[in-house]
Design a protein around this ligand. Structure first.
Ligand code: ABN
Ligand code: CU
Length: 646
């Protein structure tokens, strides 16, 4: 029997990497409210596990259970960071952050900010002038104000994009009210500014996708049922998962959502560490359109909104199919109440076609082995878009990180008859969707066969001596320091990167390695002089490698909301140019989707896949999957080995 993580925490048996339980979150909140956060004006941004140091974890000592908390005092308009000891019941750190540091939005602020706009008489009057009077149908979409060189006077600001619906479940994104922006101070609820410029007609045509608008569903698709009569092949003990040769711990944070800890592969009976910690570290979605409202759209969906808090409760047969194991995500609302996203993470096995095959044409024998993957995923809704994040673990030691982008385009209005060069017209009624990019950064604390690793860039080269004109080779170049390891993809050179352990050698006396296959390795299109590029420097390049520092967690820095980009993030840390050869290092990969919108993305976007692969590259001495069973439940007598004695 497995017991819930909450029960474990209460009886004091939580693993040091288990996320805080609801009971622990409540305890942290009480300790803070009885201490420095006593005033009514304090609001909670996040309460999460303060992960123990690697040294403590490795030392196997009894590790103190600690929490990191971030708060805002609305009265002072200042943010605070706290460290709370759960065993001691003490506030071990209480620090006021610099003026202007704005932690991510709290979920409650979305509704509060929208309400502030809706009830504001000036906003109502301005909308009435545009012929819009039913405020219940108006949507104020709570974007962060970002940073565009203006002095925000330390205020916590929301920049609401405005849409209007025909009825409650009409899609608002079909009806943008262009050139109309409301800026709200989220601490005071005050409307600070109304940008009410050139009115253009609100596009009227609907963009609905609900069954009631679409009509009867097709009936020709027969059911597909996934059954595992003997159950799933994984075992789950608390947050620890063992599946085939893989083992890991499942984590969840408000900022990152799903986290994988201590990912290991059992090779010939030996547990070999691969990655100590892996998660989505940041995202940015900059728009390329220069129209006044559009040019300021650049959402840092992790750092501005805490994408883990946006996780959906997943449902069987819709989000995930098969023999599912769910994990809940625990967070906190702004008043300090523990809040559970049930079934925030889903885990299941999927068939994955063939893994390997050979037909011996001389002997007329065939050997085929099926591939399967373990899928560990969560799906976040960040206002208009959905992002489904998947870690796929394969039997041969490969790992895939996959993002499916779906949901609804962020739209704009243009004068009827006009066609913006910066976007795709979606109808003939003034609706268009500007070009943009979805940029992701994944942080991977590699520990390939141990803590000390190094990274090589591998390019295809044509040797100068090439008498046959057919020569090409793969050439390794060691990336020695952090600055040298700031790299871009180069498909012309078939570039990839290799993470190695020089101390651990394979059968041919080469360092064992994993390679990072840099698919979707695009770079930020916005110019270096733009504000968004200065804030999202992680997205100017694809590869970054840093010497491990537990405080360096997020690619655009700890608090990117309203930040200038001048103080924190990968571009600042790598200025130190630390040695990264045979060190404890962290690999950061930036990839993305250059979203040239198409008509088919409307009114709801069929998923677009974006991601990258990590593959063993001399990590094993040969294909590690020769021991896969030949038996299947297929129609050929249940064997994928024909003509051979079994
Ligand atoms: N998709 C950008 C966004 C995220 C959260 C809230 C508003 C807008
Ligand atoms: Cu897009």
């Amino acid at each position: 029997m497995t017991i819930s993580s909450e029960a474990q925490a209460v009886v004091g048996t939580a693993h040091p990497l288990d996320p805080l339980s609801r009971a622990e979150i409540s305890r942290v909140v009480s300790i803070l409210k009885e201490g420095p956060a006593a005033g009514e004006s304090f609001r909670f941004i996040s309460v999460e596990l303060r992960e123990p140091s690697k040294a403590d974890l490795r030392g196997g000592v009894q590790v103190a259970r600690e929490a990191d908390a971030v708060l805002v005092d609305r009265a002072q308009g200042r943010a605070f960071e706290a460290v709370v000891g759960l065993d001691t019941g003490t506030v071990d750190k209480w620090a006021q952050l610099a003026v202007g540091v704005q932690p991510p939005f709290m979920v409650d602020e979305f509704a509060e900010g929208e309400e502030s706009c809706r009830k504001n008489p000036e906003v109502q009057a301005a909308l009435a002038k545009r012929g819009i009077t039913d405020m219940s149908l108006v949507c104020f979409e709570p974007w962060s104000v970002g940073y565009f060189g203006e002095d925000d006077e330390g205020r916590r600001l929301m920049r609401a994009l405005v849409f209007v619906r025909d009825e409650a479940d009409d899609s608002p994104y079909a009806h943008p009210i262009e050139n109309f922006i409301v800026i709200v101070d989220l601490n005071s609820g005050e409307v600070v500014k109304l940008e009410d410029d050139q009115a253009i007609p609100v596009p009227k045509a609907s963009g609905n996708y609900l069954p009631k608008y679409v009509g009867p569903a097709r009936t020709d698709l027969k059911p597909i049922e996934i059954t595992q009569p003997e159950g799933a092949s994984f075992t789950v003990t608390g947050n620890h998962v063992q599946w085939a040769d893989w083992s890991f711990r499942v984590g969840f944070t408000p900022r990152e959502g799903l986290v994988l800890h201590q990912l290991k592969f059992r090779d010939q009976g030996v547990e070999r560490p691969v990655i100590n910690r892996a998660s989505l570290s940041e995202m940015v979605v900059p728009y390329g359109d220069t129209a006044p409202v559009q040019a300021k759209k650049n959402a840092f969906d992790s750092g501005e909104y805490n994408i883990g808090n946006m996780a959906n409760s997943l449902t069987l047969g819709c989000d995930c199919l098969g023999e599912i194991r769910y994990f809940d995500g625990h967070s906190v609302d702004s008043l300090g109440n523990p809040w559970t996203i049930e079934n925030a993470i889903c885990m299941h096995e999927e068939d994955d076609s063939i893994l390997w095959k050979h037909f011996d044409f001389r002997e007329a024998t065939t050997e085929t082995r099926r591939s399967r993957k373990l899928v560990i995923s969560f799906i976040a809704t960040v206002a208009n878009y959905e992002y489904a994040f998947y870690w796929h673990l394969f039997l041969d030691g490969s790992i895939e990180f996959l993002v499916k982008a779906t949901g609804i385009l962020s739209t704009a209005g243009q004068k009827p008859g006009e066609k913006s060069p910066y976007g795709q017209s979606l109808n003939n009624d003034g609706l268009y969707a500007p070009i943009h990019q979805h940029m992701f950064n994944v942080r991977m604390d590699f520990e390939l066969d141990g803590v000390k690793n190094a990274v090589y860039e591998v390019d295809m080269e044509i040797p100068r001596e090439n008498p046959t004109h057919t020569a090409f080779m793969a050439v390794d170049r060691l990336l020695e320091t952090e600055k040298a390891a700031i790299r871009k993809t180069d498909s012309g050179k078939h570039r990839f990167w290799k993470i190695v352990n020089h101390e651990s050698r394979n059968i041919v006396d080469e360092p064992v390695a994993y390679r990072l296959i840099p698919t979707d390795g695009i770079q930020l299109a916005a110019g270096d002089e733009s504000y968004v590029s200065k804030r999202a420097q992680f997205a100017r390049n694809n590869l970054w490698v840093t010497a491990y520092d537990r405080t360096e967690r997020f690619a655009a820095g700890e608090f990117p909301n309203q930040s200038t980009g001048a103080d924190d993030g990968l571009h600042i840390w790598t200025e130190k140019d630390r040695n990264i050869v045979d060190e404890d290092l962290v690999v950061w990969y930036t990839f993305g989707m250059h979203h040239v919108v198409r008509l088919e993305d409307w009114p709801v976007m069929p998923r677009q896949n974006i991601g990258f692969m990590l593959e063993p590259h001399g990590f094993f001495n040969q294909n590690p999957t020769l021991n896969l069973p030949t038996e299947t439940r297929g129609t050929n007598g249940g064997h994928c080995s024909t003509g051979n004695d079994q």
